[in-house]
Write a protein that binds this ligand. Sequence first.
Ligand code: PCA
Length: 217
Amino acid sequence: MTDCVLITGFEPFGGDDINPSWQVARALDGRRIAGRRLVARQLPCTFAAALSALDQALHGLPSPPQLVLALGLAGSRSAVSIERIAINVIDARIPDNAGAQPIDEPVVPGGPAAYFSRLPIKAISAGLLQAGLPAEVSQTAGTFVCNQVFYGLMHRLQAMPAIRGGFIHLPPLPEQAARHPGSRTLALDEQVRAIQLALTIALRREADLRQGAGAID
Ligand code: PCA
C-alpha cells in the first residue's frame, strides 16, 4: 500500500445507538484523497481497550500511514471541532462502555502535560467555513475517551515524526437530536464532506494559517 491515511471512529457510547464518527470513517474507507488511500478503523469506547485498538490499527497496515485522523462525537457541540490540544488526564463524567469511570488519572503516567495537534487546525477550520460547513477550532477535546485517544496518538507519534496526526470532534447527526437537545445537528453527508475537506487541506499544507481563533473564557 502506498501512502495511506488512517481514520478512526468510535463505537456508540453513553446511551446513543449510533456514533457519527464511525459512520463518517466508514463512509470514507477505501476512498482516495490527494492520491492517498483512506483506511478506516473502529475504536471501542473503553479506557482499557481504545489505545490497544489504536496500536493495532497503526501497526496493522502494510506500511505506516502518512497521516492519522481520529474522530469522535461531541454531543454538546454544534460545529465540526478541530481540536488543538490533548491533555494528560482522564476525568470521566460518565462510565465508558465497560463501566469504568476513572477520575483524575493520567493517560500516560509521567508523560508531558499535553501535546498539540500536528494538523493545520486553523486552515482546516477556515476551509470548512468557506465551504459553508459549521466549524471551529476547539481548545479542549474533553477528558473522556476521545482525549485519551488523541493524547495516546500524539504520544505514539513522538517516536514517528514523519506521521502527522490530530483529532476532530463531530456534532450529533439529525437522528440524535432528541438525545442532544441544545446542539445543532449536521447531516451525515455534510459530515463526510467536512472530513473529506479537512483531509484534503491537511494533506496539501503543513504550515497553518496565522489568524486568531482564541477565546478568553
Ligand atoms: N466521543 C467521546 C468518546 C467517544 C466519542 O465518540 C469523547 O468525546 O470522549
